[in-house]
Design a protein around this ligand. Structure first.
Ligand SMILES: [Zn+2]
Length: 202
């Protein structure tokens, strides 16, 4: 009799044991799935963060260079924009759109839209080209020695896409004493709105 009960218990225990193992594995799977879900969520939020970081990176000066072929630039720009920015040309004085522009806002690179100058540093130089005594950010501009036209001048280019912008001279007003003499056609103007001012603060 005792042996019979023992056998029954053994028979019962086997499925019970199996059931326990199955539920244990199920539990582990569930647990790992929720961990995976968490990881997914973290990754998504990291992606979102990196998007806003890339905008911030712009203002921190970590510029990723923009390199395009001659053909791509030609498609993107008008003939005059191409001639000035990609061939280091110069527009005729007093002919550009912005030499006398007194509106409040920012001037961007016409090729890659990087903000290059602020109207707060613009002044009437009398030259017929938009003139600024300081760039929007020093590291948004690169300077190069230019020995063309039998003189030594300092050429300024957009740091991100290498667009020729104009030249910088040391006969500007205080506080820097610099005159960034820039071709209108190398720039696009963005009027300051409450929103753009807010973005800049952030
Ligand atoms: Zn540019």
């Amino acid at each position: 009799m005792a042996t019979m009960i023992h056998t029954i218990i053994q028979r019962l225990q086997a499925p019970l044991f199996l059931l326990m193992i199955v539920s244990l594995i199920g539990g582990i799977q569930l647990a790992s799935r929720s961990v995976a879900d968490e990881t997914d969520k973290t990754e998504t939020s990291q992606t979102n963060n990196s998007k806003s970081e890339s905008v911030e990176a712009k203002t921190k000066g970590e510029l990723k260079p923009i390199i395009k072929t001659k053909k791509d630039w030609e498609k993107l720009l008008t003939k005059e924009q191409y001639y000035v920015t990609r061939r280091a040309g110069t527009e005729r004085a007093f002919t550009g759109e912005y030499w006398d522009n007194k509106k409040d806002g920012t001037y961007h690179c016409v090729c890659c839209d990087l903000p290059l100058f602020d109207s707060k540093t613009k002044y009437a130089s009398g030259t017929g080209w938009p003139s600024f005594w300081d760039p929007f950010k020093k590291n948004y501009i690169s300077k190069h020695e230019d020995r063309s036209f039998f003189s030594v001048r300092t050429e300024v280019r957009c740091k991100r896409c290498d667009a020729h912008l104009g030249h910088v001279f040391d006969d500007g007003p205080e506080p820097t004493g610099l005159r960034y003499c820039i071709n209108s056609v190398a720039l696009s103007f963005e009027k300051r709105t409450k929103r753009s001012a807010q973005n800049k603060k952030e």
